[in-house]
Design a protein around this ligand. Structure first.
Ligand SMILES: [Zn+2]
Length: 292
């Protein structure tokens, strides 16, 4: 199948991976304490390598937003991601929701993650994604901190209403969200399809895993026909159907964590063959939001 084409040619979409382990997700936050993370079976290296192989198969480069607690323990994984030509970005250090941290703790978390990545790759990350898209109306102060920590683009705002995240009235496509002096922060919002007055979440992750693939394809084609780029995300544990089971009611009272894990790899293959993808920074550069 050929990629969806706009008036100016095939549209380039952004492919991203939030590199975290199966037990580090917000749904398990109540029963898996941060200071006990080392007790759980780590599968992030093997699962991320499976994602890397899949991307190699399709010749796709993406952006890896790394939860840097994992980078500290597995620096060779980060080196490998960079060596294969992907973009290394940050998902913070400890996966705490931004609006539950407050400005000082948030700065410490983000700065720590930048220092870890700089030690491993020789440079600080340009891109950031918040845990569970937790940049909301309650935590817009985070944009200022991102600029202070050297972040050039954020991809954390979901223009939908969810109990955990969302900025329902936010713009749907890349825009300059904040500036201080001559420094600008670009926002690449999580992708939605606009139907009537509503934004329907596309994005990837659980939306790709739980809903039929035809929904994702329909929505992304719709976005690409508008001449706009989508940003897609997934977590390495989503293509690991056999990871350990924990009982959780999730932060929302329900959890989609274990639903359709077996279907995810096949859906990803279809996505990678149906659309064109590149790292987030490359898409933003092509659209004139980043200089290099
Ligand atoms: Zn995450």
């Amino acid at each position: 199948m050929t990629p969806t084409t706009s008036a100016s040619g095939p549209v380039l979409n952004a492919f991203s991976v939030d590199v975290e382990d199966w037990f580090q997700v917000s749904d398990f936050e109540a029963q898996v304490r941060f200071d006990e993370w080392d007790r759980y079976e780590s599968r992030v290296v093997a699962n991320t390598r499976r994602v890397l192989s899949l991307l190699d198969e399709f010749g796709v480069k993406g952006t890896f937003f790394i939860l840097t607690w994992n980078a500290e323990r597995h620096p060779e994984l980060v080196e490998d991601i960079a060596a294969r030509g992907h973009e290394v970005a940050t998902h913070g250090y400890a996966h705490r929701l931004v609006y539950e941290q407050g400005r000082d703790l948030y700065r410490q978390d983000l700065e720590r993650s930048q220092e870890i990545l700089a030690r491993i790759t020789g440079r600080r990350a340009r891109g950031y994604r918040a845990p569970s898209f937790s940049v909301t109306a309650k935590s817009m102060w985070a944009l200022d901190v991102m600029l202070e920590c050297g972040i050039e683009y954020d991809s954390s705002i979901f223009p939908v209403q969810d109990s955990l995240y969302g900025v329902p009235g936010a713009l749907r496509f890349p825009f300059v969200i904040h500036s201080v002096g001559d420094r600008q922060l670009v926002e690449f919002p999580m992708t939605t399809a606009r139907v009537g007055q509503r934004n329907l979440p596309l994005g990837g992750g659980a939306y790709l895993r739980v809903l039929p693939y035809s929904y994702m394809r329909w929505g992304m084609r719709r976005v690409n026909r508008e001449g706009q780029s989508a940003v897609v995300y997934l977590h390495p544990w989503e293509i690991d159907p056999d990871h350990p089971r924990l009982r959780s009611r999730g932060k929302r009272g329900v959890s989609s964590h274990y639903i359709n894990l077996r279907a995810m790899e096949d859906k990803l293959r279809r996505l990678l063959s149906d659309f064109r993808f590149a790292p987030v920074s490359q898409v933003l550069k092509q659209r004139g939001f980043l200089a290099s």
